[in-house]
Design a protein around this ligand. Structure first.
Ligand code: SF4
Length: 78
């Protein structure tokens, strides 16, 4: 059965490590991506993690302007 929320939510570094500027940004991302069935699958962090199986840099936001290919290159160059 399909997950209703992103499986990475409990350990996603942008939330766990307090990367975001404030609680509003935290909630906004969660309500736009993480907690929305179907939408989390469009998150660049989710997609990059799925594609590489590696940690995604904390600087990559769910709506990153970088393409998925660019993000994957960054991850694989580390
Ligand atoms: S930011 Fe992306 S990868 Fe992290 S929990 Fe939300 S949907 Fe999942």
């Amino acid at each position: 059965m399909e997950n209703d929320v992103c499986k990475n939510l409990d350990k996603c570094p942008i939330f766990v490590k307090g990367i975001l500027v404030n609680d509003f940004a935290d909630l906004a991302y969660k309500n736009m991506y993480c907690l929305v069935p179907g939408k989390y699958k469009t998150c660049k962090r989710y997609l990059a993690a799925q594609a590489t199986g590696k940690p995604v840099p904390e600087s990559i936001m769910p709506n990153s302007s970088k393409s998925l290919e660019e993000i994957i290159q960054i991850i694989n160059s580390k």
